[in-house]
Write a protein that binds this ligand. Structure first.
Ligand code: HEM
Length: 193
């Protein structure tokens, strides 16, 4: 019975330790979303990746974090996009237009836009308006938190797991020693009887 208890505790311990390992953020943005509250206020360069098209390439991007919100200043390779919308093209023209970013030109004539960013490390929909085709095109973009400077992301989505795993480890060690101690005491009692 006691051996079985030890076995169960060991398995529990192993599972908790494994779950406490950092969750890898894949290139496709398969990690946990990182929100504005997790990032220190400031303006940083960040890598942005389009998952579903080579025709919508973000070649430079700065992320600005202010308390509970994030926005990105993006520079596209293609000059064919005139407007950007942080959402799906079908919804872009439903509002009053204030959420649509019209392009500005940087010193090299590249098109730049300012869009809100709801989260990092997860695909977010961004629609681009093709000037030539007069049509919205939908893309999925991931802003990579691991490209931010060290220490900027204050906490990860699983930060509670490490203290929890440490607590469970301590509990398991105490339980194992308690079981061993009681076994020794019983053996001694048996020897003296
Ligand atoms: C269904 C077919 C396609 C669609 C709907 C499409 C759509 C677009 C759109 C919307 C843009 C940006 C804005 C614009 O110029 O209108 C673009 C840019 C571009 N497309 Fe396509 N495209 C298609 C096929 C192709 C193919 C077959 C190629 C080449 C093999 C190609 C190469 C390019 C390049 C090089 C750019 C400029 C990208 C840049 O400057 O970074 N496209 N395309």
């Amino acid at each position: 019975m006691k051996m079985r208890l030890c076995g169960i505790l060991s398995v529990l311990l192993a599972v908790l330790c494994a779950s406490a390992l950092p969750v890898p953020v894949s290139a496709a943005g398969g990690g946990r979303p990182v929100y504005a509250a997790d990032v220190a206020n400031g303006t940083y360069e960040i890598e942005a990746e389009t998952l579903n098209s080579s025709m919508f390439r973000i070649v430079a991007c700065t992320l600005t974090v202010t308390d509970e919100s994030m926005s990105a200043h993006v520079t596209l390779s293609a000059k064919g996009f005139g407007k950007l919308f942080a959402g799906h093209g079908v919804d872009a023209d439903n509002g009053d237009g204030s959420e649509i970013s019209v392009f500005s030109e940087d010193g090299e004539g590249r098109h730049t836009f300012d869009i809100p960013v709801s989260a990092l490390d997860t695909p977010i929909p961004v629609a681009g308006w093709s000037i030539k085709r007069e049509k919205w095109y939908d893309y999925d973009v991931v802003f990579h938190a691991d490209s931010l400077p060290d220490g900027v992301v204050a906490k990860s989505g699983n930060s509670w797991i490490l203290p929890c795993a440490a607590g469970c480890t301590a509990a398991a060690v105490i339980a194992v020693f308690a079981v061993r101690g009681s076994r020794r005491r019983k053996k001694k009692q048996g020897d003296t009887a």
